[in-house]
Design a protein around this ligand. Structure first.
Ligand SMILES: *Cc1c(COP(=O)(O)O)cnc(C)c1O
Length: 452
């Protein structure tokens, strides 16, 4: 068995490639169902034994028992949270990243992979209007990116202020800031300055007012703006916030994990004015730039500040940091080993062209606008606010929380859609997140018709 493990096995290859060919051809991808723990544990029982199992049987178990207990977020009927819709080119290249054991730690080991990843980071930086000196790294997700960036914000401020590890430091956020930022602040020991939003949007004026009213403004060292909020797709007043950040010497972090892709969409690009002044910027290609999991782009205005914080110091790593090294991605986030997870996006962009991305993003935006029209025209329904990006939040008049939850369960059971309720100012409401270019207005009509 051991000898066989690393040898080419044509049967195994055919088996797995056939499965992948079939999976890539699902049209549409079925939603599938939630899983039952007992059933799943029963199916898995005894599988990890000393002798191993017939690969065809194991794959069949995966296909019939496991994969069907995973709600497919690449289904065009998956409209909850933030869906995903990776391009076929990106998915296929992801297999190359695996098969070629492509890693992306250091220039010494992986210059070819890193050069391609950096080409994509450059494209994103250009769209954001960040300077030529900007650079960064692909990390696993928006959470990892926010953590990596805000550690740099903290340590850069500590150095500037000559503050010890015990000094009180704060970062301004809004009540719409993503939960991963709250986690980050807990991890890095930085407090929140909670700034009030105006209609759920953080503005420069509100940030200024909060700083002016605060008894200890000098402890505030950064601000997190969101460019589009996950719940409703609201883009904060980036230009106004940038202005105040400069005045108060705050690190200006822009979390565009979901909405950052709008930089590629002409109909909404103006909303992002001010992003070019960010000290750090995050966008998740595994959300709206059609890359497979897990892929987040993290950019710094001045990468040297990140390098000063994140470079790992160990004698066996010294060889990575010799003169003339161009770029070591590992130095720009809290990780060491990393998958070259930017490459699937690079391949897909190179194959399809940026214009195809613009078109696909605009498709989601258009569907959100058309859905808003349907809701406006329907007496039973009411928009909670006009959609700014591709999230649509709305209510069914007369419904209580239980009605939304029962409706959501029914939709999934019937495989009509995966649409989970969300909260809005204490009220339970309905929400669509569009992003999959295969989602049609007809599917939306079908779902709305089930609201009684
Ligand atoms: C999704 C999201 C995150 C978290 O990103 P992950 O990739 O899930 O870690 C952070 N911020 C915003 C605004 C998001 O939408």
């Amino acid at each position: 068995m051991t000898a066989r493990m690393h040898q080419y096995d044509g049967e195994l290859v055919d088996l797995v490639f056939k499965y992948m060919r079939d999976r890539l051809q699902y049209d549409p991808v079925p939603l599938d169902h939630p899983g039952d723990g007992e059933v799943l544990r029963g199916a898995l029982d005894g599988l990890l034994n000393e002798r191993g199992n017939d690969p065809a049987q194991v794959l069949k178990l995966y296909d019939h028992e496991l994969s069907r207990a995973v709600i497919s977020c690449d289904s065009p009927r998956y409209l909850s949270f933030v869906p995903c819709a990776p391009t076929k080119a990106a998915l296929l290249f992801d297999m190359i990243v695996s098969c070629a054991s492509l890693q992306g730690i250091s220039w010494l080991e992986a210059a070819g992979a890193i050069a391609a990843e950096n080409q994509v980071l450059r494209l994103i930086a250009d769209r954001a209007g960040l300077p030529k000196t900007a650079g960064g790294v692909f990390v696993s997700g928006g959470s990892a990116a926010n953590l990596s960036a805000l550690v740099v914000a903290r340590d850069t401020a500590r150095r500037r202020l000559g503050a010890g590890p015990g000094a009180r430091l704060r970062i301004a956020v809004s009540d719409q800031t993503h939960s991963s930022v709250t986690n980050t602040l807990n991890i890095i020991g930085v407090e929140k300055l909670l700034v009030r939003t105006e209609n759920h949007r953080l503005t420069g004026a509100a940030l200024r007012a909060a700083l002016e009213a605060d008894p200890d403004p000098s402890s505030v060292i950064g601000v997190v703006a969101t460019a589009g909020t996950t719940n409703a797709g609201i883009v904060d007043d980036l230009a106004g916030i940038a202005e105040v950040a400069e005045e108060y010497r705050l690190w200006f972090h822009v979390d565009g994990a979901y909405g950052g892709a709008g930089l590629f969409a002409p109909t909404v690009r103006a909303k992002y004015a001010g992003v070019e002044r960010a000290d750090s910027f995050v966008v998740d290609p595994h959300k709206w730039l059609f890359a497979p999991f897990d892929c987040a782009a993290l950019l710094y205005r001045e990468p040297r500040l990140a390098k000063a914080v994140h470079t790992q110091d160990a004698s066996y790593l010294d060889v990575l940091h010799v003169e003339g090294e161009e770029w070591n991605p590992t130095d720009y986030a809290y990780h060491l080993t990393r998958r070259a997870r930017g490459l699937p996006l690079w391949f897909s962009l190179a194959v399809h062209g940026v214009g195809a991305y613009t078109e696909a993003i605009e498709t989601g935006l258009r569907l959100a606008r058309e859905t808003a029209e349907l809701i406006r025209a329907d007496e039973r329904l009411e928009l909670v606010r006009d959609p700014e990006l591709s999230a649509v939040v709305f209510r069914r008049r007369g419904w209580a929380a239980e009605d939304y939850h029962a409706w959501s369960r029914r939709l999934l059971a019937d495989q009509t859609g995966f649409v989970t309720p969300t909260g809005w100012e204490g009220e339970t409401v309905a929400r669509f997140a569009f992003l999959h270019p295969g989602t049609t207005l007809e599917m939306v009509r079908e779902i709305l018709a089930t609201m009684g």
